[in-house]
Design a binder for this molecule. Structure first.
Ligand code: BGC
Length: 751
């Protein structure tokens, strides 16, 4: 339905095509109104940076606002849209964006967790559910997917992406875009996706947020840019710039990045929004005053200015002074109007404002069911000595640890629309799972951290974690007493939700001290200990791997985490997650990733140290857990790798097959991974690269043959001249259950 007032203002979009409609509209827009479209202030509802905006209502009426950021609830959004449509001169609808990162109110596992499922249908479905819920609450634009490749677990935002691998990252990026945008953006339950943070944000030096990045173009194109490119190819409607510099120029002012690569090479035809105040931050980067950096951003290819109002307050002056062109402003304005058109907002500005939808579409039983099933697929079993897991639901179980009954920490970082009251704790999940068949005895046992300052820094969103009444010793003593009465101990420990995510970097990525002490005390009881680990990043778990018999890494599983954890611990679901990122033994090994280069002095496999080889005196080069690693309650045996050819020419295809047998007694899923090594190249090539994966369900005792089809496309890389092609020669084909343990065979592929 189109409001009468609205139709009087803007022509009926149904009458013409998009270009004709926008041409007509732009002819009637003043310069100020065009610049207004480029302005994206924050609502003040949810503030995710240091600055917020004021006087929004007046600005909307004056045509100075193109969209709003992080405003929550359909009623509020409808009211604000009404102001834009009825009280601004032209009645152009606003676009409403939000950090819908891993679900909306129904919260899914954090993205690093979702990537561990290696299940693209599941990830797409989680984005679909998020889109349905967000659009029911008035949101038509999600600031997701975040696809920054990250190889430094000190960086808190590693939690928001898909980990270290460009191939996996690309598949994940596509899945999110499909999930959010669906097949028709104009439907009222599909929303515009925004791939971020373009580009290289995950390569911040020393893992410190917002820090400098610097890398060769070869590395960019082969390792860091592919996921953004994949999102563009999947049709993502918008791109967000990153805070960092790229090749000496901040991304937000980098024309090479924003125009030459993104638009000219990749044919991106959506719009580019800055990250939060990223234009203004170019002043601190040392690129000039606000007018200068705003002009720089527009000329680089930025269309929309998030929060900073640099465009709003300086572009007119820059135009007068000839520093930017009218065509530059028109182009940015057009791109934003096009997005609104594609979302169907000109046809019906209230398309996403159906106030009856929240009641039927948000946090539904079906969404909860999907969230629970999804979460269980993301957990990674890191150790399971003597098949300690799954536990029987009998006897007495001690449930101990600061995350065992911590509702606010279940959803994980960046869950701005979550209702924490709906989150299921591990304690609740366990009680529900065992009913009256077993006793669950709970004790907190320790704080997450014992430092008051740190506790306040990780409680920005109002989730304090510290017990201010009991001392660490008292908490521990109580837990040991509880544990001593039980048959088995489940220790639920790790990071608080806000210890990862934005501005949450750590230089020491081990389990915080008081939790480690608690673990030691629990081990002393002599009872078997299971560690259920919450984390937003790889942690250094060398001590835990040595001493704790069973470790289940659950990341942050979302609102249904408690139920999903119980499903796995008690064997209703057999875990199948695999790590999308390497876990180092020690922080000093970072960056540590499986797809590294050989160097001229590689260490021989299995060795610790050789003089004049690339190694350390005090730690081996090995990770604690390699990329792709994850156990199951059953075991999978791999047969020999069978290739249908050993010599190929040109566009032929190769089939690599392997028999995988479930040799245990429990049905389960295995993620079979394909890696390729290009032995000789015109530039140095990684020691292996993921090129495919399949999640296969295999019944106990059964064997499945898993086949991969390999084409020259899988051999391509960007060469020294940044030409994307493959080079003939010898290749090693590897298939296995993780990046370390593989069956391999060689082939020759001629051009
Ligand atoms: C983050 C973005 C986010 C934006 C809007 C920034 O601080 O870097 O990822 O989308 O805020 O909330």
């Amino acid at each position: 339905m189109i409001l009468t007032t609205c139709t009087q203002k803007i022509d009926d979009p149904v009458k013409g095509d998009m270009t004709t409609f926008i041409d007509g509209l732009m002819k009637r827009m003043t310069l100020q109104e065009k610049i207004g479209q480029l302005n994206l202030p924050g609502s003040g509802d949810i503030i995710t940076g240091q600055t917020s905006n004021s006087d929004i209502g007046k600005r909307i009426k004056d045509g100075q606002v193109g969209g709003l950021l992080n405003i929550k609830s359909v009623d509020k959004i409808r009211d604000v849209q009404k102001v834009a449509v009825e009280e601004s001169r032209l009645g152009i609808p606003l676009i409403f964006g939000m950090d819908v990162i891993h679900g909306y109110q129904t919260t899914f596992p954090i993205p690093l967790g979702l990537a561990s499922s290696f299940d693209m249908a599941l990830i797409e479905q989680s984005a679909r559910v998020a889109a349905v819920e967000a659009s029911a609450d008035g949101i038509c634009w999600a600031f997701s997917p975040m696809v920054d490749i990250a190889r430094d677990p000190r960086w808190g935002r590693i939690a928001e992406g898909a980990g270290e691998d460009p191939y996996l990252g690309s598949r994940v990026a596509e899945a999110y875009v499909r999930g959010y945008q669906g097949d028709d953006l104009a439907k009222n339950n599909t929303i515009l996706a925004c791939v971020k943070h373009y580009a290289l944000y995950g390569a911040a030096e020393a893992g410190r947020d917002y820090n400098t990045t610097d890398m060769s173009r070869i590395r960019m194109f082969n390792e860091y840019l592919p996921p953004y490119h994949a999102a563009v190819k999947a049709g993502v409607g918008s791109v967000m710039t990153s805070f960092n510099e790229v090749d000496g120029i901040p991304a937000t002012g980098n024309r090479w990045l924003m125009t030459e690569v993104l638009r000219d090479q990749w044919d991106f035809n959506g719009f580019v929004v800055t990250d939060y105040t990223a234009i203004n931050e170019m002043i601190a980067h040392g690129m000039g005053d606000l007018q200068t950096v705003s002009a720089l951003a527009l000329k680089a290819g930025v269309d929309m200015d998030m929060i900073g109002e640099g465009f709003l307050t300086t572009l007119e002056q820059s135009l007068k002074e000839g520093k930017i062109t009218q065509a530059g402003i028109d182009q940015a304005c057009r791109r934003i109007l096009e997005a609104k058109y594609k979302l169907g907002l000109f046809e019906d500005p209230y398309r996403y404002c159906d106030t009856s939808r929240p009641g039927t579409d948000i946090a539904t039983g079906e969404h909860n069911r999907i969230a629970r099933e999804t979460a269980a697929q993301t957990f990674v079993l890191l150790k399971n000595e003597d098949q300690l897991l799954p536990l029987n639901d009998k006897g007495r179980i001690a449930l101990v640890g600061p995350l065992a009954d911590s509702r606010d920490n279940m959803a994980g970082m960046w869950s701005v629309a979550v209702d924490h009251d709906e989150s299921v704790t591990v304690l609740e999940g366990f009680k529900e799972a065992v009913g009256d068949r077993a006793g669950i005895l709970y004790a907190k046992g320790s704080n997450i951290v014992d430092d008051k300052d740190l506790d306040s820094w990780i409680s920005t969103w109002g989730r304090p974690t510290m017990d201010t009444v009991r001392t660490a010793g008292e908490l521990r003593k109580e837990a040991v007493a509880v544990a001593s009465k039980c048959d088995v101990i489940v220790a639920v420990m790790g990071e608080a939700a806000e210890m990862s995510g934005e501005s949450s970097c750590r230089s020491d990525i081990s389990l915080p001290g008081s939790q480690r002490q608690l673990l030691e005390a629990l081990l002393e009881t002599g009872k078997p200990v299971v560690l259920v680990l919450f984390t937003g990043r790889p942690l250094t778990l060398t001590w835990e791997q040595k001493h704790i018999p069973a470790i289940l890494n659950v990341w942050f599983g979302g609102t249904q985490a408690g139920n999903a954890i119980a499903d796995v611990i008690f064997g209703k679901v057999n875990p199948s997650g695999k790590l999308p990122v390497t876990f180092p033994q020690q922080v000093g090994q970072i960056p540590l990733y499986y797809n590294h280069k050989s160097t001229g002095r590689p260490l021989e496999e299995g060795d610790w140290y050789q003089k004049y080889r690339s190694n350390y005196l005090d730690v081996t080069n090995d990770p604690l857990y390699p990329f792709g690693f994850g156990l199951s309650f059953t075991r999978f045996g791999y047969g020999d790798l069978v290739l249908d050819k050993t010599r190929l020419t040109g566009e032929q295809t190769l089939t690599a097959s392997i028999e995988v047998t479930n040799t245990g007694a429990i049905d389960g899923a295995e993620i079979v991974q394909l890696y390729i090594r290009d032995l000789v190249g015109s530039i140095t090539r990684p020691v292996k690269e993921l090129k495919g994966f399949q999640k296969v369900f295999i019944k106990a005792g059964e064997t499945r043959t898993v086949s991969f089809t390999i084409t020259p496309e899988d051999l391509k890389f960007y060469n020294y001249n940044l030409v994307y092609d493959w080079e003939p020669g010898e290749f090693v084909i590897m298939v296995g259950g993780n990046s370390r343990d593989v069956e391999s065979a060689s082939i020759i592929w001629e051009k």
